[in-house]
Design a protein around this ligand. Structure first.
Ligand SMILES: Nc1ncnc2c1ncn2[C@@H]1O[C@H](COP(=O)(O)OP(=O)(O)O)[C@@H](O)[C@H]1O
Ligand SMILES: [Mg+2]
Length: 371
């Protein structure tokens, strides 16, 4: 008996979705579920399968295994061969390259999905103007896309995606062609637009700050799999794996080993903290930015050398290298500017260290400074 896709009232869901290109598995079993009115980000490095998953949901690809449902309807199921084409899925799409038609005016571009739906001219005009107003471009309806800036062109693409009031909007790295300042502004604008219009959206990005800003839930992807699907708060507080923590730039990852009542950095004599553990036990930990207080070099503090530092708006975020253990880089937030090559001391709050895998720490843990 073939397993039936679960009945669901989710706006979108996938069950056991796999996709192979020839013999190469690109998606290896994807289960997501998104509630109406929420935004899900697919976050991960280039090549991890984000666009492929979006194309499966859009109906531009069919799954090798598993099923996709939209608004409770199965739109693709590899087991039965059921497949609804994109135009039957009631979605809007926004891509990285805007994909505007250069020979049409801005208004013509935005009204195109309505023409496909054979709406009358008056209805098309009023809906087009409403969509352009929503993205702040009502005055540009008669211009050509080429007269507009990159940011404005992307707003036109967003207006086109929302004009037919689809049940779901798919964004594929929509801001990655914009320069940094514009991108940062547009992330906020887009989040606001999604919230005011009550859109259900899937948003693909490789940029962790975009994902954490925009989305209610974030699926962190790696190598065709979802490593963790959780809210931004949960991801930051409890990253499931070192890879997730690293990708979200939550701090430094270090391997420790237990020796003489101390957790020392693997292959060194430098101790991170006191604590219980089996002799020879090893652990992988995240040392979050928020766990570290920089100061003068002193006994009981970890010695580090500043590699580079960047002003971040609320302080200087420095990348430092520990003196002693090989290849341990940590991020430190400092009120004062730290210069490359400068030596500093680090106090680390052991309670904020995140232990992966087996829970090896205990309440006896103490920082070296206060021990
Ligand atoms: N049409 C295709 N044929 C073969 N391999 C493909 C095709 N499209 C994408 N891939 C491969 O699938 C993997 C995932 O691609 P993609 O979904 O575009 O990743 P992302 O959007 O996360 O960067 C990559 O290794 C890519 O090379
Ligand atoms: Mg992509």
């Amino acid at each position: 008996m073939t397993p039936q896709p679960p009945a669901t009232d989710a706006a979108v869901s996938t069950a056991g979705v796999e996709l192979h290109y020839g013999a190469t598995p690109v998606l290896k079993g994807i289960d997501i579920s998104l509630v109406r009115g929420k935004t899900l980000a697919l976050l991960g490095p280039s090549g991890c399968g984000k666009t492929t998953l979006l194309r499966l949901i859009a109906g531009l690809l069919a799954p090798t295994r598993g099923s996709v449902s939209i608004a409770g309807q199965v739109v693709a199921d590899a087991a039965t061969g059921a497949f609804a084409p994109p135009e039957k899925r009631n979605l809007g799409m926004v891509f990285q390259d805007y994909a505007l038609w250069p020979h049409l005016t801005v208004g013509g571009n935005v009204s195109f999905p309505l023409e496909m739906r054979r709406l009358g001219k008056a209805e098309r005009q009023s809906r087009t103007m409403r969509a352009l107003e929503r993205v702040g471009l009502a005055a540009y309806a008669d211009r050509r896309p080429s007269d507009l800036s990159g940011g404005q062109q992307q707003r036109v693409a967003i207006a086109r995606a929302i004009v037919a009031e689809p049940q779901l909007i798919l964004f594929d790295e929509p801001l990655s062609n914009l320069d940094r300042e514009l991108r940062e502004n547009m992330v906020g604008e887009l989040a606001e637009l999604i919230a005011t219009l009550g859109l259900t959206a899937i948003y693909v990005t490789h940029d962790h700050s975009e994902a954490l800003t925009l989305a209610d839930d974030v699926a962190v992807m790696r190598g065709g799999l979802i490593e963790q699907l959780a809210s931004p708060d949960e991801l930051i507080e409890r990253p499931a794996t070192p890879e997730v923590a690293d990708f979200l730039r939550l701090g430094g990852i270090a391997d420790l080993e237990h020796r003489d009542g101390l957790w020392v950095f693997k292959g060194s004599d430098v101790a991170l903290l006191r604590g219980s553990g089996h002799v020879g036990a090893t652990a992988r930990v995240l040392i979050p930015v928020a766990s570290i207080t920089p100061g003068e070099i002193s006994p009981g503090r970890l010695a580090a050398t500043v590699l580079r530092s960047q002003f971040r708006g609320d302080g200087h975020l420095a990348t430092v290298s520990l003196v002693g253990p090989a290849d341990i880089e940590l991020q430190v937030l400092s009120h004062t500017k730290l210069r490359p090559g400068e030596g500093i001391g680090l106090s680390i709050d052991p309670k904020r260290i995140r232990w992966f895998g087996t829970q090896v720490h205990s309440s006896k843990e103490e920082s070296l400074e206060h021990a």
